[in-house]
Ligand binder design. Sequence first.
Ligand code: ADP
Ligand code: MG
Length: 475
Amino acid sequence: MTYLPGSALDDGPLGRLLMAARQLSHEPPLLRRGGQVTEISPAACRVRGLSRFAALGDCVEIGEGTTRHLAQVVHVGARGILVKPFEAEPDIRLGQQAWHQGAFRLHPDEAWKGRIVNALGEPADGAGPLPPGLVALPVDRPPPRALRRQPITQPMRTGVRAVDIFTPICAGQRMGIFAGSGVGKSTFLAMLTRAADFDTVIFALIGERGREVREFVEETLDEKQRRNAIGVVATGDESPMMRRLALKTAITIAEYFRDRGENVLLVADSITRYAHACRDILLAAGEAPVARGYPPGIFAELPRLLERAGPGEVGGGSITGFFSVLVDGDDHNDPVADSIRGILDGHIVLDREIAEQGRYPAMNVLASVSRLARRAWTPEQEKLVLMLRALIARFEDTRDLRLLGGYRPGTDEELDRAVQWVPSIYEVLRQTPDETEHRNAFETLSETLKALAAEREDGTTTHTPQPPQRAPMSR
Ligand SMILES: Nc1ncnc2c1ncn2[C@@H]1O[C@H](COP(=O)(O)OP(=O)(O)O)[C@@H](O)[C@H]1O
Ligand SMILES: [Mg+2]
């Protein structure tokens, strides 16, 4: 029997009805259609007898009893279907029975909060069984209808000062984090999961090392947050099928909570590893690699999937998404990075050079854009940020000149101000992973700017004030 959550309702008639409904929605169907495994290769297995019933993306179960393996249809042909098992090394034999199961469905529930699941929605945290919810949601679903979606208007604070000042976001916005390896993407996303403005946080860790997953869960999420967060994890040693499914599972769970009217934060690390998994699967299904080894199917799948994040239909909640993108060898024109940049509502670029200076988060504020920032800023904030960007641009442009001793104070007023202000602005943006900003980031910024302005009036330009001490974060 399936595990059922203990609740006050369990003993009453309503509880028994609920129990029966849950039971029914998880019973296997009475009629099963079967086929036979006729070919096995490392890439996929061929099954004969299901070609007329199975659709792309449907699941089949291979084998009986204790040695059952779940697999998904990746190609349908007249000579049979190709299925790819979710397990990395399944023990499948020629002639075994394969049973058609239809689309893969999840049964998310409120009680999943605080838990970590694998791509199939099974518990992955060793904390006991997961109560299945009442509704069965297929993981492949179309996005909400464009014209029925709510407009994006509600500003959200993330608690990361660099984001809240330079690329502020609204509920339902989708952002990409672009950086090379080791520049701080995972840490940046972990900081974002603390954003207090959201009802539920769903984080998908795709293709990460097992150690990183542990660190992410144990070190980044505090007790309170863990109760509102659900993790979906597919580590690098799992099959590409699991890694691809993990992102879909995370989005499906996010949709479940969005449809309950919640503002959901979805954080996915990384889309690149998801794309790699798609590539492996599509190549196994016979698609040709066209764009630097990527089959064209990926460029159709990515927008379809990312479009599912965003504002819900009128009356529902929203899914705000942050997706990390690995730019190989810091090459920002990688086809996956390029395609994702076009789909999202903004991008944050983390720079290796900034990280090497020890300035974390290593966000390049000049290269980062939030397309909805104007809806999140007040007019005064917008004016201030534009002014600061100009100063930072001036500061960075003249870095070499100043290093070579070509800068003399007093000859260029704007440059003087850039030299005086920018280091302090950078100090405001500096933030360690365990420091949570509880205030509005603009308050911290304006205190620093006031101190700078006062100093300017005094005429003392040699000393750079430190930003005001912030309250230590409570964990
Ligand atoms: N906000 C930060 N404060 C201090 N150090 C950081 C910060 N962000 C990243 N780092 C440093 O950068 C290293 C790599 O970060 P990580 O998030 O694992 O990068 P990526 O996911 O891009 O490979 C971390 O181990 C840490 O030392
Ligand atoms: Mg990482």
